[in-house]
Design a protein around this ligand. Structure first.
Ligand code: 5GP
Ligand code: MN
Length: 338
């Protein structure tokens, strides 16, 4: 993987319109959707033919984002998406760094002949899969890296309020609204710059955080009341969501997002884990405070990964079995968590 700075030269020397695909991890979150759409707006302004393709669907609370209505869902338009990926000259891969995180798109992406560019902040990138790229785990978000990309490639003048709101979405969601340690001075300076360029940040907060349905709030209340278990000896809290809850409350993609953060809001709790009984797998989300490394934990025990303080994984076992496995492996971490 060549450094992204070499790609700036290619970008700025290209005068003919390129066929470009931008993609992200499955079930895109605010950072994945924000970064791909911000880059989309930039490349369209530079005259390229750009298609954003998501490997799966996404939460409806991201639908307001400028350009979201033009994003293709690979699972819904497989033929068009594959033709588009095969015809692409440049493919940008944002907010993930291993191709399997694009689920069913992995094969077509692997085989695509395009120049592939990685921009991401997760641990352990699959560098051999990309031609150019940048991977900085200290970055708050991929959106911050897209802001850096735009500034460093000399296109600050192309940032308008729409593009700014895309970047702000990922900065806000991936930093837990600017509270995680990854929220550096550079994050705040980038936001100050976006404000000067016309960003309406209050509107973004409203779109993301004040768009609950009644059923989603009741689902949350039920989860806190009935599905949470606090393991005080391990400074750990876990939440187990059975499939029946997803059915009872008619949960939609994204309704479970953020639930895991409630566990860490408990006084003294340093490790929060939520497992959701999805059709094909038991999906884990892990969060920690301080030195406890949930990226390593997810990699070692649940086929996953992510960041030191936020990671995910999965298990093919039943819900009861996967929770039992969690509790068994937790025994080995008692001292690390105290
Ligand atoms: P979330 O819990 O919000 O789904 O994910 C937390 C972080 O871990 C995100 O940065 C996400 O990209 C990463 N992550 C979640 N699941 C997996 C997984 O199965 N494998 C890897 N490598 N990373 C994951
Ligand atoms: Mn991210």
């Amino acid at each position: 993987m060549k450094p992204i700075t070499e790609f700036y030269t290619l970008l700025n020397d290209t005068i003919i319109s390129k066929k470009v695909v931008i993609t992200m991890h499955q079930k895109p979150d605010g950072d994945a959707m924000g970064s791909t759409l911000a880059l989309y707006h930039l490349l369209v302004k530079l005259g390229h033919q750009v298609q954003v393709i998501s490997p799966t669907n996404w939460s409806s609370f991201l639908d307001w984002m400028p350009g979201a209505d033009l994003v293709w869902d690979y699972e819904k338009s497989r033929m068009e998406s594959e033709a588009c990926i095969n015809a692409a000259e440049w493919i940008f891969c944002l907010d993930f760094n291993v191709l399997y995180r694009t689920k069913n798109m992995e094969q077509v992406l692997t085989e695509a002949k395009a120049v592939k560019i990685l921009i991401d902040h997760h641990e352990q990138p699959q560098t051999e899969a990309f031609d150019y790229g940048i991977s900085i785990t200290a970055k708050s978000s991929t959106c911050e890296m897209i802001y850096d990309f735009i500034i460093a490639s000399g296109h600050r003048d192309l940032i308008d309020p729409d593009l700014a709101s895309c970047i702000y979405t990922g900065l806000m969601t991936d930093t837990g609204s600017f509270r995680f340690p990854s929220t550096t001075a550079s994050v705040h300076l980038a936001i100050a710059d976006l404000k000067n360029l016309g960003l309406n940040h209050s509107l973004v907060h409203e779109h993301i955080y004040d768009s609950n349905s009644e059923e989603r709030l009741r689902f949350l209340g039920n989860a806190l009341l009935k599905r949470m278990e606090v393991l005080y000896e391990y400074n750990t809290a876990i939440m187990t969501i059975p499939k029946s809850d997803l059915l009872t409350f008619h949960t939609k993609t994204g309704d479970t997002e953020g639930l895991v953060n409630y566990l860490l809001s408990l006084d003294g709790i340093r490790f929060g884990a939520i497992v959701i009984d999805r059709d094909e797998e038991r999906k884990w989300s892990f969060r920690s405070k301080g030195d406890f490394d949930v990226n390593l934990f997810a990699r070692k025990h649940f086929n996953g990964g992510g960041h030191k303080n936020a990671s995910g994984g999965n298990s093919p076992d039943s819900l009861a079995e996967t929770v039992q496995k969690f509790k068994t492996v937790l025994l080995d971490y008692k001292s690390a968590l105290n």
